[in-house]
Design a protein around this ligand. Structure first.
Ligand SMILES: Cc1ncc(COP(=O)(O)O)c(C=O)c1O
Length: 379
């Protein structure tokens, strides 16, 4: 049986989410219908909206349900453009769900540099904002990095951006449900969320848009989501999203348990091999993310080797083409070719156990030793 250590790609569905989805699926009714079943569906939808809003410190009316994190990021960029943003500044490690719509917006895109610790360079941002002309900027920051798990100084960045009168977007897809995220405290205009990263179903997410940030629909049709996103809401998925987030954040011991598993894995690997680097460990990180690199051993080969050994891990962001790319995040951190080409992400979550981490560490160290004679060819 495969041991699943790829929670940052998609976490297994939590039992609480499965129960909520099942309950909602067995009821009928369109939340926009006025009859009893419609009103019951509406009540379920609005309860989920209130739950998610309160867990993210946002107002319920500011939560717009979408088909996932990608759509939420797209919606934020379109809204910022409509609000007068004339240039987009994403952090160098931004996800494709931000960089692709930014590139397609037609606006100039400038990269916000990242330090070798994996944290964005706040001093650069401060200087950049001080030098900004009259043009309105959209600054975009991923709250916790998808590959290293490094948690970013979102509130500090938000304060700088707000004080300078610009727009701030937070891609909170990886942090939500894994560590605290305070939308109000972030001072963000927008934040993107996704259900499947924290144990909810795939294909559901939300954009939180602050009351001073208008959003006009990109998917046009009916008046759902207060005219900000047309289409009948995915009530079962949304109910599962709220249940997953609630389960994740109400278990106050979960983060420490997962961090202990991650620490055991990293200790085992670093004790056994000096030629494996652990990235982001000097900064605050999500509890369940470990980013490794093993120079001379290509990421793709590592993923395949570990798959054959019975472990599901990845080389970073899951690419829809199924290809393994060099690590854009390690590139942003200035790690160098040998590390960016040999990165591996191991990510744990609610269903992970210490035994799984130990089994992985032993198999990984073993595979590394066997791969070494061929390493020069592998890259
Ligand atoms: C940081 C980040 N943003 C956005 C996304 C896209 O989210 P979704 O899969 O819900 O479209 C992902 C998914 O990998 C992600 O890690």
């Amino acid at each position: 049986m495969t041991i699943y250590l790829d929670h940052n790609a998609s976490a297994p569905l939590r039992p609480e989410a499965l129960a909520a989805i099942g309950e909602a699926l067995s009821a009928c009714g369109n939340p926009s219908s006025v009859h009893g079943p419609g009103r019951a569906a509406r009540a379920r939808l609005e309860a989920a909206r209130r739950t998610i809003a309160s867990l993210m410190t946002a107002r319920a009316e500011d939560v717009i349900f979408t088909s996932g994190g990608t759509e939420a990021n797209n919606l934020a960029i379109a809204a910022a453009r409509a609000a007068g943003a004339r240039r987009i500044i994403p952090a160098a490690f931004a996800h494709d769900a931000v960089t692709a719509p930014a590139a397609a917006s037609g606006l100039p895109v400038e990269t916000w540099p990242v330090l070798s610790t994996g944290v964005v360079d706040l001093a650069w941002l401060e200087a950049r904002l001080a030098a900004a002309s009259e043009e309105r900027l959209l600054v975009a920051l991923m709250a916790a990095n998808n590959e290293t798990g490094v948690i970013q100084p979102v509130a500090e960045a938000g304060r700088l951006v707000r004080e300078a009168g610009h727009l701030f977007h937070v891609d909170a897809v990886q942090i939500a449900g894994k560590a605290a995220f305070d939308f109000a405290g972030s001072l963000a205009h927008f934040a993107a969320l996704s259900a499947h990263k924290c144990g909810g179903p795939m294909g559901v997410g939300a954009l939180i848009a602050a009351c001073d940030a208008g959003v006009s629909a990109q998917i046009r049709g009916g008046g759902q989501e207060s005219y900000r996103r047309a289409g009948t809401e995915n009530v079962p998925g949304i109910a599962g999203f709220a249940a997953a987030l609630e389960a994740a954040l109400s278990d106050t011991g979960e983060g420490a348990r997962i961090a202990a598993i991650r620490d055991r894995l990293e200790a085992h690997i670093s004790d056994a091999r000096a030629d494996i680097t652990i990235w982001g460990a000097g900064a605050p990180r999500l509890p369940g993310t470990s980013c490794l690199s093993a120079p001379g051993w290509a990421s793709e080969i590592q993923v395949i080797a570990m798959d054959l050994a019975g472990f599901a891990v990845s080389a970073g962001a899951a690419c829809s083409s199924g290809k393994v790319r060099r690590s854009k995040v390690l590139d942003a951190m200035g790690a160098g070719d040998e590390h960016a080409q040999s990165a591996l992400r191991v990510s744990f979550g609610w269903s992970s156990t210490m035994e799984e981490a130990e089994a992985f560490a032993a198999a990984y160290v073993n595979a590394r030793s066997r791969a070494l004679p061929r390493a020069a060819v592998a890259v």
